[in-house]
Design a protein around this ligand. Sequence first.
Ligand SMILES: [Zn+2]
Length: 105
Amino acid sequence: MAKSIGKKEFDSLEKEDQKKYTLEWNCICNQCKEKWHYLDSVEKRMESQTNANICAGTTMCCNPCATSAMGNANTQLDKQLKELKQCPKCKSGNVKREPKYFKQK
Ligand SMILES: [Zn+2]
């Protein structure tokens, strides 16, 4: 098990030290108490991809094929992004998230 720290400890670290940590979200479903976790970097990457696709879509508005392909990719990303934040068991969005920071090697 990697050592993890909570937000309070992380905030007390120097900026340089904070860079060595990876943020992970620990989620608990308020409905069925299911637990899961995901990396913040995964969420951030999906969000940036969604935004990048929106920009690309506006510049390629003359090409219907390109825009519809982008639209599908975005829908897919949006779905994945939502699934990260919702309960994998009962699909509830009523979840509690807690940040955990893991030190990188
Ligand atoms: Zn649940």
